[in-house]
Design a protein around this ligand. Structure first.
Ligand SMILES: Cc1cc2nc3c(=O)[nH]c(=O)nc-3n(C[C@H](O)[C@H](O)[C@H](O)COP(=O)(O)OP(=O)(O)OC[C@H]3O[C@@H](n4cnc5c(N)ncnc54)[C@H](O)[C@@H]3O)c2cc1C
Length: 444
C-alpha cells in the first residue's frame, strides 16, 4: 500500500529550511501540500474588525503564488482549501488514506487547538511537528516550557550560548500529489481592494523569492554594522532589516537570518550593532515561547497578571487612533503610515501603543487587534506579546511603559519631517464628541 502524507503549510510558506517538508520527501510515496484559507478570516472578529486588511491579503496571495511556483519546480503543487483547517484536513486525510500529517510548530493558542482537534479526529494518523518558526527547538531549551524565564534578559542569558541548527536545503524532488492542480486563484477573496494610496505605497512583496532577495540585499550592504544607531528611526529602508513581513509569513526562516548574520560578522566583523540585531531575534524568540507557554492568556485583558488594567473601551477615541486623528501629531503620522503601507517602525509601534493605553485609556487588546489587521508582519506571538509588555500586563519588570510624546518628537522627529510627510497634523477636536455607540462600524 502506498504511504500518503499531507504537509499543512501555515506560517512557513517556503521550501528552503523547511525540515518537515524535507522529511516528508523521504518518508512518503504521495504527498498533499495544502494551505487552508479559513472562511472565518473573512468575518468580523471579536473586536468587530475584519481579521486582515486588503494589504495583508495581497501579501498572503503573493506568498502563496510564489510557494506554488517553488513547489512546481519540485514536482508538486499547492492545494488551497477554502475551509476551516480541521474540516478540510480531516476530509482530505480520510479521502486519500493519509497516514502522516506534517507541519511546523505554531506557538499560537488557536492553531494548537486545531492541531489537537485533528489528532483527536484522526487517531490512526501519525502527526509530525518541527520547530521551523523559531531559532531553537522546544527540546533544545534548557528549561521546561512551564519554567520559561519571567523576563527577556533572563531568557537571553540562558539561551544565548545555545547552538542554532543549520538551515536545511530544499528537497531535490517531492513525492507527487494524488490530487490534480486546481485554479485556487479563482476563488481567492477579492472582496477587499487596496486603496489607490496603499497601492502606491507597496514596498513589500510576499514570497520566498523576494524574502531571500531582501536577505541577500541587506547583508550586501554595511547596514548591519550600523543597526544599533539607526534602528530607532521612524522611517528609512536601511534603518532596520525589514525582514519581519517575510519572517511572519515564513517566507524566510529565522535560522537563515541568523546564519547570514554570522557570515557577515565573519567577513566584515562583529560589533555592537551586529550583536544587537541578534538580540532582537532573541526578543522574537522569547515571544514565541512566551505565547506557547501562556496560551490563551496572551489575549486576556489582565494578560499574565492578576489585576486588570484601569482602561476601558471608548469607540470614538479608538476610531480616531486607528485613523490617525488624535490630538497627537506623531501618533497620527505613525498610524497613517501603518494604514497606507502595512508597516511601522518599532519606535512608532511603541509610541502609538503607549498613547492608546495611557493618553486615550483604551483597552490594549483593541490596539493589538488593529495591528493584527494592518501589519504585514503580523505574528501572533510578537504582536500580542509586545502589546502586553507595553500595557504592563506582560513580562516587563518595570511595569507599563508611558512615553512622553513631546519628548519623542524632539528626539526622533525634531524637524517634524515625518509628521509632515504623513500629515499627522494636530486635530483640535475634543476626544469624545459623541456618546453614541457607533461600534462596530468604527474601523472597517
Ligand atoms: C506594539 C508592538 C507590536 C508589534 N507587533 C509585531 C508583529 O506583529 N510582528 C513582528 O514581527 N514584530 C512585531 N513587533 C516588533 C517589532 O516592532 C518588529 O519586529 C520590527 O519593527 C520589524 O521591523 P524589522 O524587520 O526592520 O526589524 P529589525 O529591527 O531589523 O529586527 C530584526 C528582527 O528582529 C525581530 N524583532 C525586532 N524587534 C522585536 C520585538 N520587539 N519583538 C519581537 N521581535 C522583534 C523581528 O523579527 C525583526 O524582523 C511589535 C512591536 C510592538 C512595540
Amino acid at each position: 500500500m502506498r504511504n500518503v502524507g499531507l504537509y499543512w503549510f501555515i506560517n512557513d510558506l517556503r521550501v528552503h529550511d523547511n525540515a518537515n517538508l524535507l522529511k516528508a520527501a523521504s518518508e512518503v510515496d504521495d504527498l498533499l501540500c495544502i494551505y487552508c484559507l479559513d472562511p472565518q478570516w473573512l468575518l468580523p472578529n471579536r473586536y468587530g474588525l475584519a481579521t486582515m486588511s486588503a494589504n495583508r491579503w495581497r501579501f498572503l496571495k503573493e506568498s502563496l503564488l510564489d510557494l506554488d511556483k517553488q513547489l512546481h519546480q519540485l514536482g508538486q503543487h499547492l492545494l488551497v482549501c477554502y475551509e476551516a483547517p480541521v474540516k478540510a484536513i480531516s476530509d482530505l486525510a480520510s479521502e486519500h488514506k493519509v497516514s502522516l500529517i506534517y507541519r511546523s510548530r505554531h506557538t499560537g493558542y488557536y492553531e494548537n487547538q486545531q492541531w489537537l482537534a485533528l489528532r483527536k479526529y484522526l487517531p490512526l494518523v501519525q502527526f509530525v511537528e518541527a520547530d521551523s518558526h523559531s531559532l531553537y527547538g522546544l527540546d533544545q531549551l534548557p528549561f521546561a516550557l512551564a519554567k520559561l524565564p519571567d523576563t527577556y534578559t533572563e531568557f537571553k542569558n540562558t539561551v544565548v550560548q545555545l547552538t542554532v541548527d543549520k538551515p536545511v536545503p530544499p528537497a531535490d524532488f517531492l513525492p507527487s500529489s494524488p490530487v490534480l492542480q486546481m485554479d485556487w486563484l479563482r476563488n481567492f477573496p477579492d472582496c477587499l481592494k487596496l486603496t489607490s494610496e496603499s497601492e502606491q505605497e507597496i514596498v513589500f512583496h510576499g514570497g520566498e523569492t523576494t524574502g531571500l532577495k531582501q536577505l541577500t540585499d541587506y547583508f550586501a550592504t554595511d547596514c548591519a554594522s550600523h543597526y544599533k544607531e539607526q534602528r530607532n528611526e521612524l522611517e528609512g529602508w536601511e534603518n532596520s532589516s525589514k525582514f519581519s513581513p517575510w519572517l511572519a509569513n515564513g517566507n524566510l526562516s529565522v535560522r537563515q537570518i541568523y546564519f547570514n548574520l554570522k557570515n557577515y560578522e565573519q567577513k566584515v566583523g562583529a560589533n555592537e550593532s551586529t550583536f544587537w540585531l541578534f538580540f532582537e531575534l532573541l526578543w522574537r524568540e522569547y515571544f514565541q515561547w512566551y505565547a506557547h507557554r501562556h496560551g490563551k492568556h496572551l489575549f486576556a485583558f489582565q494578560g499574565i497578571k492578576q489585576q486588570k488594567p484601569l482602561t476601558s473601551f471608548y469607540p470614538e477615541r479608538y476610531r480616531k487612533w486607528c485613523r490617525g486623528n488624535t490630538p497627537y501629531p506623531l501618533v497620527n503620522a505613525c498610524m497613517k503610515q501603518l494604514n497606507a503601507t502595512g508597516f511601522m517602525s518599532n519606535r512608532g509601534r511603541q509610541i502609538v501603543a503607549s498613547c492608546l493605553v495611557n493618553e486615550l485609556a483604551v483597552d490594549w487588546r483593541y490596539g493589538a487587534a488593529y495591528f493584527e489587521q494592518q501589519l504585514l508582519d503580523y505574528d501572533v506571538a510578537s504582536n500580542w506579546g509586545n502589546w502586553q509588555y507595553l500595557a504592563g500586563v506582560g513580562t516587563d519588570p518595570r511595569g507599563k511603559r508611558h512615553f512622553d510624546l513631546d519628548k519623542q518628537i524632539r528626539q526622533y522627529d525634531p524637524e517634524e519631517r515625518f509628521i509632515n510627510k504623513w500629515q499627522g497634523l494636530f486635530q483640535n477636536l475634543p476626544l469624545d464628541s459623541v456618546n453614541a455607540a457607533d461600534w462596530p462600524h468604527v474601523a472597517e
